[in-house]
Structures are given as C-alpha cells and as structure tokens.
Ligand binder design. Structure first.
Ligand code: ZN
Ligand code: ZN
Length: 307
C-alpha cells in the first residue's frame, strides 16, 4: 500500500518506507539511510550514500571543488567520507579522484584493472582498496556487491548497495542487459538506471562521427531509453520503490523523452505508481530517505526483524 502525505511517499508493504523524495530529508531522529545523486550525465557522475555508520561516494566524475559544493548544497560535507567506489576508469567517473583520494584522503575502492587504468594518470598518492569484480564487502553497515557490466572499459562494474534501509542499485554505463544485470536490478529498492540516448536523436546527430555512434549503440556502449524500458519490463519492478534515470547524453537525449519512454513502459506493466526522476548534469537530484521500519519482533539471536 502506498500513501502520499504532503509530498512524501510512504510504502507500508516493503521492508522500508521512503520519505522526502523532494528536497532534503526531515530530521525525524529515526535511523535512516539517505541516497543522493550529486549529478549524472555523459560529462560527470557522482552519488552519495549516507547510513548510520557509513558515508560513501559512488564514482567521482566531477572536480573536487564541484563535489564539495554539491555536498554543501545538500547540507552534507566533504569531511568524514569513508570510501569512494569506482565503477570504471572513464573520466566522467574519475575526474575528482586526485582531490578526493589525495587531498581528502578518502580510500578508493576499485578492481585491479580499473585501478591500473586510473593510477598512471593520478598525480596524488591515494589509498587503494582493491576488490575483484563479483566480490562483496562491507563498508560500515553497507554490504557492497560488485558485478560485471558490458561496457567498453577495462573491467567495468555496477554496484548493489545493501543498507539497513533497503538495497540501492547503481546501473549505468552498459551496452546491454544480461541475466546477471537483470538479477541485480530486480533486487533493487531504489535504482539508478542509465537512459543514455534516444535512438532517433543519436542517428540524426551531426556532431558525432559514425564510429562514435556505433560505439555508443554497441553491446559494450550505453543503454538507450528503449533498452532501459525493456530492462524494466524484464525485471517486473515488483520491488522497485524509486527509479532514477541517469547518464543522459546532452546532445542525443532529453529528459522528456527518457521519462516518457520509461513511464510508458511502467504504465503498460501496471507499475505507474513508481516515482521516476530524471537526473541532470548540473545539479543534485532529490534525496531519497530510506527509513527502517522497526518491528517489535526479534529473532532468537536478538537481531531486529525488518518487515
Ligand atoms: Zn560514463
Ligand atoms: Zn563509461
């Protein structure tokens, strides 16, 4: 059951409720998890996850100054960040690593091939935390699950971020979906999904040479609006509570086209209640607050049961 109260979405059926999808989360005093995309597009990507025991950046595709100012804009801070997770080496995901990993001394989590691809171009000494694609590891109370993506980088990954309030999927920079990708998307309560281009706009674009267009459209390029909609159709979206559309091309897509394509598909599936928010390059999106619904039930081991 979903209630709308003063602009808040409250989901009673799942393991979480999502409140305050507009603007910043209210100070409820309750244990909560907050997720904000600081910006997303072909020219830069960076998100922030905050839980009771961890503050994690996902990608660092803006300058350090930009990331700092966007964190301040959402009433957060660049101080005390525990980790930056890197999906792959492309500059729209790594531009700020000199500052974040160097000056701010935030540990940088990446797989070996991504690390090697980035390291030679870094001026700063950074503290690397290396994982293998497919590994799961904890940062505070967040279980980070990495999984391989088909994209034209050395060893690109997506992430499932399993928090005490629910699971967030990071799924950008992939040329097509496959059973592994679908499985991870299906597990997400909140999903950041790539809608990179509109087919017709890309074909009509005069700035890009044919080879570049072919790369974007290839099985190791990016997801189009239609492909993202198809992916949503395949996963069924029964668990999905909030959908962010990201990594839009400036020249070959529009917010209206991406949203219309995806909402059309969700509506056809009877899932038009799922909030869809299209992100942009210039400014942070809404903060989604995942508040843990605490049950009076306790397991035998004394652990709280979430419902
Ligand atoms: Zn990218
Ligand atoms: Zn990329």
């Amino acid at each position: 059951m979903i209630k709308f109260e003063h602009g808040r979405f409250i989901f009673n059926a799942g393991i979480l409720k999502i409140i305050a999808c507009e603007g910043r989360g209210p100070e409820t005093g309750a244990v909560s998890v907050r997720f904000t995309v600081l910006g997303s597009g072909s020219a830069g990507n960076c998100s922030l996850l905050e839980t009771p025991s961890a503050r994690i950046l996902i990608d660092a595709g803006f300058s350090g100054r930009q990331i700092r100012s966007r964190l301040e804009k959402i009433r957060s801070s660049h101080e005390g960040i525990d980790a930056v997770l890197v999906t792959h080496e492309h500059s729209d995901h790594t531009r700020g690593l000199n500052v974040i990993g160097g000056k701010w001394q935030v540990p940088v989590f990446a797989n070996r091939m991504t690390r090697e691809a980035i390291e030679s171009g870094l001026k700063a000494e950074v503290s690397w935390k290396q994982f293998s694609s497919g590994d799961s590891f904890f940062i505070g109370d967040v279980e980070v699950e990495s999984f391989c993506l088909p994209h034209d980088a050395h060893d690109p990954v997506g992430f499932l971020l399993k928090t005490p309030g629910g699971t967030i999927g990071i799924l950008t920079d992939l040329g097509h979906s496959n059973p592994l990708v679908l499985q991870k998307a299906r597990e997400s309560d909140v999903l950041l999904l790539e809608t990179n281009y509109d087919n017709e706009m890309l074909k009509a674009d005069v700035k890009r040479p044919w080879q570049t267009k072919q790369r974007i459209m290839s099985r190791h390029g990016h997801l189009s609006n239609d492909q993202a909609a198809e992916l949503l159709g395949e996963i069924g979206c029964e668990r999905l509570k909030h959908l962010f559309l990201g990594h839009l091309s400036r020249d070959c897509n529009t917010t209206e086209l991406a949203v219309a394509t995806v909402e059309g598909r969700l509506s056809g599936m009877g899932m038009s209640h799922i909030p869809v928010e299209c992100l942009c390059q210039e400014t942070p999106g809404s903060t989604v607050t995942l508040e843990i619904l605490q049950s009076p039930q306790q397991t035998e081991g004394g652990q709280l049961v979430l419902f």
